[in-house]
Design a protein around this ligand. Structure first.
Ligand code: BJW
Ligand code: ZN
Length: 237
């Protein structure tokens, strides 16, 4: 069985990492999706960095949950496996993945920085700038931002190509904990369906994925994915 997965913030919810949308997604008085823009960074880079520093702290305190571990087991049971994640937290990697599995961080990583002027990308596992501290700057002179993809920014070509290959070459495609409203990420589910995969959508709620071609698996993915892993995967250790 060739496995493809598209995941979103709901995958990490049980680890204590907040999702983006919905009432619980509020950070201070700001809506996260409004901070995740180049315009917000241009207007108030200190505020945007404060939010990302807060998120780094949250993720550092978090651990992978049963859903991440179930995905790792499912990858282990598959002949080919690819995970397309919209998450920037790195928790799936911390859960461990078999060597034959591919992981694409479609929206980048909290643990990198990126200069939006010259494109320079660096690994950065630090806490992020604290209150009143100077913001990180690039050798080119511009301010450096978090290594993530904001609205209106292009996704990395290599990640898009790998994601398309995963969606196009799988028998089973799991959509996990994503509102499926952000493009082009959500389109990989439709691509997998068009290519003939069975698409299962693990979410607390119905999503806008076309219900003609997918099946909704209701409930918390940290409960439902381990059930699927129990059916298809190798025994838990
Ligand atoms: C559980 C659960 C539990 C909770 N168990 N479930 C086509 C049509 C319309 C618009 C566009 C289009 N193509 C492009 C656009 C524009 C835009 C877009 O999509 N807009 C729409 C929102 C309208 N897209 C872009 O701008 C993208 N760029 C682009 O297209 O560039 C083009 C270009 C080309 C060439 C040059 C220049 C430009 C970029 C999109 C980047 C998105 N970035 C963010 C921030 C990333 C960094 C960060 O983390 O800070 O990505 S926004 C935010 O949304 C983040 C997420 O990855 C993404 C998706 O959110 P996600 O993961 O789905 O989370 P939630 O909170 O929405 O949902 C959680 C779900 O979990 C819910 O459904 C819950 O029910 C569920 N859940 N607990 C199971 N325990
Ligand atoms: Zn630069």
């Amino acid at each position: 069985m060739r496995l493809g997965v598209l995941c979103g913030a709901g995958l990490s919810a049980a680890s204590g990492v907040p999702t983006f949308r919905g009432p619980q997604g509020l950070w201070k008085e700001h809506r996260p999706e409004e901070l995740a823009t180049p315009q917000a960074f241009a207007r108030d880079p200190a505020l945007v960095w404060e939010w990302y520093a807060w998120r780094r702290r949250k993720v550092r305190q978090a651990a992978p949950n049963a859903a991440h571990h179930a995905l790792s087991r499912l990858c282990g049971a598959a002949s080919e496996a690819g995970i397309i994640t919209q998450n920037v937290d790195g928790l799936q990697q911390r859960a461990g993945l078999p060597d034959h599995a591919t992981l694409v961080e479609l929206h980048g990583s909290l643990w990198r920085t990126r200069c939006r002027e010259c494109g320079d990308v660096r690994e950065d596992r630090g806490p992020g700038p604290g209150p009143g501290e100077a913001l990180p700057a690039c050798a080119c002179g511009a301010l450096v931002g978090p290594g993530v993809v904001w609205f209106g920014e292009a996704l990395a070509r290599s990640g898009l190509d790998t994601a398309a290959r995963i969606a196009h070459h799988c028998d089973l495609f799991l959509v996990v904990g994503t509102s499926a409203v952000v493009q082009p990420a959500a389109s990989f589910a439709a691509l997998a369906a068009r290519a003939g995969a069975l698409v299962l959508d693990f979410n607390l709620e119905q999503t806008p994925l076309g219900d003609l071609w997918h099946r909704h698996v209701p409930g918390p993915c940290e409960d439902t994915l381990p059930l699927l892993a129990g059916l298809l995967g190798p025994p838990a250790d």
